[in-house]
Write a protein that binds this ligand. Structure first.
Ligand SMILES: Nc1ncnc2c1ncn2[C@@H]1O[C@H](COP(=O)(O)OP(=O)(O)O)[C@@H](O)[C@H]1O
Ligand SMILES: [Mg+2]
Length: 242
């Protein structure tokens, strides 16, 4: 009985490893590329019409950087992606997303694989980094308005279910959070200069954050459930519990 339960869990468990993080960055880059005009249009309404351009430039540079990084840990991939973002992307998004990725990378440490709990810590660390740099809270009409609900839904998903459920819930909540910025008046960033005229438009940064959560779901679901090789010193179950 116990053995069959374990087998079942192993089949159902998905873990996060360097291949998964790499896939996340690649899918994120592809989603940003296909939505870059939309992101720029959103920024044209309440900013300076460059958010899609900024994000596309950043992720293109990240892809180039990734091609030079073989055999590194998931955390190192994210740290390098974040540093690339900070050095390549100007404006608000560069330092904010760059910090988010670096903080996530640091939270993951040097481990080669982990489960939903460590991913939760990484997303939490990203939010802390964004708020340390940008000092925005929920309701300010920024990327924080997608990140906070995305994180909350991910946490609820981890507590009550699986990694798959957590990433799905996070994507839905982040999308809803982005849409919920429409009636808000911006209190941070360039859009805040518009005052009441910022009302009625969706925040570009919250929208790109929702795209990144969608990419996370894609990357996790694309990860084939697998057992570790027999000579692995740690079981998949142990990794999943991290
Ligand atoms: N202080 C802040 N905290 C969090 N996010 C912010 C802050 N300021 C701006 N943003 C986000 O950055 C997005 C704009 O990014 P982008 O257009 O690339 O940079 P810029 O505003 O410098 O042109 C906004 O839509 C918002 O989500
Ligand atoms: Mg802009």
């Amino acid at each position: 009985m116990a053995a069959s339960t374990t087998t079942h869990l192993w089949r159902e468990s998905r873990i996060v490893d360097a291949a998964c993080v790499r896939r996340w960055l690649e899918v994120a880059a592809a989603r940003i590329e296909s939505e870059r005009h939309y992101l720029t249009q959103l920024d044209a309404a309440i900013g300076d019409a460059d958010h899609g351009i900024n994000m596309h430039r950043g992720f293109s540079a990240v892809l180039t950087r990734l091609s030079t990084l073989d055999g590194v840990s998931p955390g190192e991939l994210l740290t390098q992606a974040g540093r690339t973002f900070v050095s390549i992307v100007g404006g608000a998004a560069g330092p904010l997303y760059g910090t988010a990725f670096v903080q996530a990378g640091q939270a993951l440490g040097a481990d080669g694989a982990f489960g939903p709990k460590r991913l939760l810590e990484a997303i939490r660390a990203s939010l802390r980094g964004v708020q340390r740099v940008g000092a925005a809270v929920e309701g300010d009409k920024t990327m924080v308005d997608a990140l906070v609900p995305g994180l909350a839904a991910f946490e609820a998903g981890v507590r009550h279910g699986t990694l798959e459920g957590a990433v799905r819930g996070a994507r839905v909540a982040a999308m809803d959070g982005a849409r919920a910025t429409v009636p808000l008046q911006a209190r941070k960033g360039r859009a805040s200069y518009l005052g009441p005229r910022s009302v009625g438009h969706q925040d570009p940064g919250a929208t790109s954050t929702a795209l990144l959560f969608a990419a996370l779901e894609d990357a996790v679901l694309a990860q084939r459930s697998h057992r570790l090789p027999a000579d692995q010193p740690i079981s998949l179950g142990e990794i999943y519990d991290r």
